[in-house]
Write a protein that binds this ligand. Structure first.
Ligand SMILES: CC[C@H](C(=O)O)C(=O)SCCNC(=O)CCNC(=O)[C@H](O)C(C)(C)COP(=O)(O)OP(=O)(O)OC[C@H]1O[C@@H](n2cnc3c(N)ncnc32)[C@H](O)[C@@H]1OP(=O)(O)O
Ligand code: CO
Length: 134
């Protein structure tokens, strides 16, 4: 079912500082900030040869990453994103197996313009899993 690792997401309080750190200290190629109000975050992507790092900063009063940052004030790895060939078939198979799909269970458009879903961290080794339609 799961394919390529599309990205590893790191939640931060200061997107600009994280971008500067990776660009200036690690010599990475970092995208411009992209507000995603429907997801309650602003993101930048660090392009790597084999995957991406997605930095997330809270956007708005009800950001889903707010509590994560309260618990991890320095920031931290927030989720991993795997690609799937058929996100609806993957969702239905996972639900049938008892996994919790977050939100209303319907895929939403993610930062790459593709449908995404999230699986509860408590069902996957304490790790929030995002699935993105390849
Ligand atoms: C623009 C889209 C972009 C993309 O790539 O396309 C994105 O990735 S958007 C990313 C931001 N959106 C989301 O994360 C949506 C899915 N997330 C959620 O719905 C929430 O974050 C949720 C439900 C996973 C956690 O919400 P919250 O932290 O408010 O709830 P709790 O504090 O009650 O947490 C419950 C329980 O889970 C543990 N937890 C929370 N977040 C994480 C995490 N990222 N990784 C691992 N564990 C996590 C939390 O510690 C609680 O555990 P407990 O033992 O009960 O304390
Ligand atoms: Co993501």
């Amino acid at each position: 079912m799961i394919g390529r690792l599309n990205h590893v997401a790191i939640a931060v309080r200061d997107l600009e500082a994280a971008s500067r750190l990776y660009r200036d200290t690690l010599g990475a190629s970092v995208s411009a900030p992209l507000a995603q109000p429907e997801h309650g975050v602003t993101v930048v992507f660090v392009e790597l040869p084999n995957t991406k790092i997605e930095f997330l900063e809270p956007l708005g009063a009800s950001s889903p990453i707010a509590r994560f940052l309260d618990k991890n004030p320095d920031g931290g790895i927030h989720h991993v994103c795997y690609e799937v060939d058929d996100i609806l078939a993957a969702r239905d198979r996972l639900k049938a197996g008892g996994a919790r799909v977050l939100g209303d269970g319907e895929p939403r458009t993610g930062a790459h313009g593709k449908p995404v879903l999230f699986l509860h961290p408590k069902d996957f080794n304490g790790t929030l899993v995002e699935l993105e339609q390849a």
